[in-house]
Ligand binder design. Sequence first.
Ligand code: BTN
Length: 338
Amino acid sequence: METHLRLVRYLADGQYHSGEALASALGLSRAAIWKAVRKASERLGLVIESRLGKGYRLTAPLELLDAERLLGAMSPAGRGRISRLEIHDAIDSTNAQLLRAGQVGAPSGTLCLAECQTAGRGRRGRAWVSPFGANLYLSLLWRYPGGPGELGGLSLAAGAALARVLEGAGVADIGLKWPNDLLWRRRKLGGLLLEVAAEAQGPSLVVVGLGLNTQLRGDQVQGIDQPWVDLDEILGPGGYSRNQLAAHLAEALTATLEAYGREGLAPFLPLWDRYDRYRGEEVEIRLGDRLVRGIQAGITAQGTLRLEVAGETRIFHSGEVSLRLAQPETAPATTRTG
Ligand code: BTN
């Protein structure tokens, strides 16, 4: 592991550590510690304070991901569904990593997390802002015998199951925005990205990726173009454990992916309805550069969206579609919505 990453593990508690103590713990000179501090600030965007006579500290403590803590927070059944666990300090994208692993035979239940992503991917070709230690970046690989046509409702089932976990963790007012957004009071808390590699008639390999904001700083969010929120704001710093939450989310995700293979979306429809925050609202659907306005009327048994437009029900597939609350007629249209 690179020196600056080893240093961050020591500083994660948010306490002061003297240069001397760090040098002796890491087996480095004090000059090398200073270099590692600079590298951690520059490369990872961490704010490290240095005080004469006291040493160095991270201004905000971090709970770094830890395989033992994560697996230890799962039930035996949940642990049993994880066939392989990878935790990276940095990776291009946890989804990309599992698509690569899938090509060389990684089994269902391969779980990948990272502290940061250098090329995090969002829906519709967008980037996903992925600073170090500030979010959860979690992907799960699953294999199905059928073709991609059978997977249309999978992301909705996954979203509903994850919303339930977040509610259980104390996130009252958690909601879903079709097809893949996790919302808190209409601000984006997280999102799901499903990527599939499949033969038309099967088999299919699916990677479900979850990005969940936990501790984003204002200076890290330039790339986010919609109202957002993080768990620190909702639950308070220290109001949750990153490892425990990742464990519970991963456990729910594996259970959902397994159940979906047997029963499809049907058992998850009531859960989706419970968290659907835009039902009955006037919304806009963007299809390329076309906007369709209507009343959001829930989802079909296949997971497509119902929109009441001028007395008729129209159906939309997720694909490249985006949905938002209708803007006042006078507001200029914007293409930058999630
Ligand atoms: C969205 O656009 O709302 C979906 C965002 C999904 C981001 C997650 S972070 C973990 C996984 N790896 C990626 O590159 N993307 C997904």
